[in-house]
Ligand binder design. Structure first.
Ligand code: ZN
Length: 270
């Protein structure tokens, strides 16, 4: 089975990432990334960028594409025209397959007017807007900004923009399912459910109620063509996350969820 990792990070120079990578059994280097990919059968990954808006700051290994991170705090400090022009410079590149917003980490709702020109731009380039949704790492963020219901307004106001509800809004799975059910332009990735290295036999046994809850709402939604495998690498490793997603998704949809959906939703030229 070919696999695309639709949600990962690549910050090999940051000591913080080195620490969390080790906890997950990953090596936070280009070589470590390539080893993780080849051991698990992952042929390509999509890096969620959180650097500047300058294209030259977004050089990643050839096995990766990227989404340009738009941090609301950074945008609010910039000249809007300049920020938009820089975003467009990225979107013109094949390697840039979308935009990424970080509500929760940044205190702005996705419906904030500041983002509207970027949605229109993403639509023009036929590339999605991925949105961090659900729990935030650490205690500094604001959860009201990352609740999946907040995506409903933007998704219905911009019906031709493809949005990706990252992490399926975990733990607000029911709300994420409601937003996806109402808005066919919203997809989701299944990254960020795991952290660190897991004993997956134990995890799958001990978390059976939680996993059943997720399966229940995925069954309710019944839109397996809008779900994508993703890890949040190097916070979680490929092997553990593959087992988790196989446990959540019926086998007849694995080809779509592990590969086809991401290739279509992020316009990947593979
Ligand atoms: Zn992430």
């Amino acid at each position: 089975m070919k696999i695309l990792d639709a949600h990962m990070h690549y910050n090999p120079d940051e000591p913080y990432f080195q620490e969390i990578a080790q906890a997950a059994g990953c090596q936070n280097t280009e070589e470590g990334l390539r080893q993780s990919f080849s051991a698990a059968g992952v042929i390509h990954g999509i890096v969620m960028g959180n650097r500047s808006l300058y294209p030259e700051d977004h050089r990643y290994p050839s096995c990766c594409s990227y989404c340009l991170g738009l941090d609301g705090r950074m945008l609010s400090q910039m000249n809007p025209k300049e920020a938009l022009a820089l975003a467009e410079e990225n979107l013109r590149l094949d390697a840039c397959v979308g935009l990424k917003l970080y509500p929760g980490y940044s205190p702005y709702y996705v419906s904030d007017p500041m983002y509207a020109p970027f949605y229109t731009l993403a639509e023009r380039y036929g590339k999605p807007v991925a949105v961090h949704m659900g729990a935030t790492a650490g205690s500094e963020g604001g959860l009201k900004y990352s609740h999946p219901l907040t995506l409903d307004e933007a998704a219905s106001r911009f019906p031709k923009v493809s949005f990706v509800l990252c992490h399926l809004g975990n733990p607000w799975i029911v709300d994420a399912a409601a937003v996806m059910d109402k808005n066919p332009n919203v997809s989701a990735d299944l990254s960020g459910f795991l952290e660190g290295k897991q004993d997956m036999d134990l995890y799958l046994a001990e978390k059976s109620g939680y996993l059943e809850h997720i399966r229940t709402w995925l069954q309710y939604l019944d839109s397996y063509d809008r779900l994508m495998y993703g890890t949040d690498w190097p916070l979680a490793n490929e092997e553990d996350t593959i087992r988790l997603v196989q446990a959540l998704i019926p086998e007849k949809y694995w080809e779509k969820v592990f590969y086809e959906n991401a290739r279509r939703i992020y316009p990947l030229k593979l």
